[in-house]
Design a protein around this ligand. Structure first.
Ligand SMILES: [Fe+2]
Length: 220
């Protein structure tokens, strides 16, 4: 008797369907706003950043190339207006996340300036030990690199099936088109990267991390 490994073809599921709209859970917020004062604010920030770069060596984090200032600009008078804008936005974001201001405060973990020249970029990274992170665009020449957010649900990779082009399920990363005056805030655990600067001009931005600290209890 001959053994055969030929099995009958499995019957595909019929393709007639009901129309259904799913609930979406575990959403990831990204807040964006173009700051109305950017035409007057950005020249001041550009000057302050250039003065700082002239006297301060770059530090290295996620940046490949470019200049990265020390992360203490939230204490710097030249960046006080930027700090106030970030504070107001961050409190709004925290409120929408349900942050309990009765039990903890938000503080700046850091704020820093970035200048990415031609070819410079930022590798995918997260910001540990912070609650909210963000970036404000001071000068964005055309084609100088957009920010990309990466799908944080790794379990999605456990199944594979063909997806129609353009379907949401085909999206592994989300790109925000950067422009002068745009402020983005997102959860600090959300992986992000910056595309290489394909222009011949510098791209300048200011980034920040906000962290949570417990409120001090009065002494017993
Ligand atoms: Fe970052």
């Amino acid at each position: 008797m001959m053994l055969s490994d030929t099995k009958p073809a499995p019957a595909p599921v019929a393709t007639q369907s009901e129309n259904l709209t799913p609930d979406h859970w575990f959403g990831v917020p990204v807040w964006s706003r173009v700051i109305a004062a950017h035409p007057s604010l950005n020249p001041l920030l550009l000057d302050a950043t250039a003065r700082l770069e002239a006297t301060t060596p770059s530090i290295h984090r996620s940046n490949v190339g470019g200049w990265h200032s020390p992360p203490d600009l939230h204490r710097h008078e030249d960046f006080a207006a930027m700090r106030r804008i970030v504070e107001r936005m961050a409190v709004g974001c925290a409120n929408s996340l349900g942050f309990d201001f009765a039990r903890a405060d938000l503080i700046f973990q850091g704020m820093w300036a970035n200048r990415n020249g031609p070819g410079d970029y930022n590798k995918p990274h997260v910001h540990p030990n912070a609650v909210l992170s963000g970036i404000y665009y001071v000068k964005v020449p055309p084609a100088s690199g957009n920010i990309e957010f990466h799908d944080p649900i790794r379990e999605r990779t456990m199944t594979s099936y063909p997806v129609r082009p353009g379907a949401e399920a085909a999206r592994k990363r989300l790109e925000y088109k950067c422009r002068d005056g745009l402020l983005l805030i997102f959860p600090s655990w959300l992986s992000h990267s910056v595309q290489p600067n394909a222009s011949d001009a510098a791209r300048v931005s200011i980034a920040f991390n906000i962290e949570s600290i417990p409120k001090r209890r009065p002494p017993a």
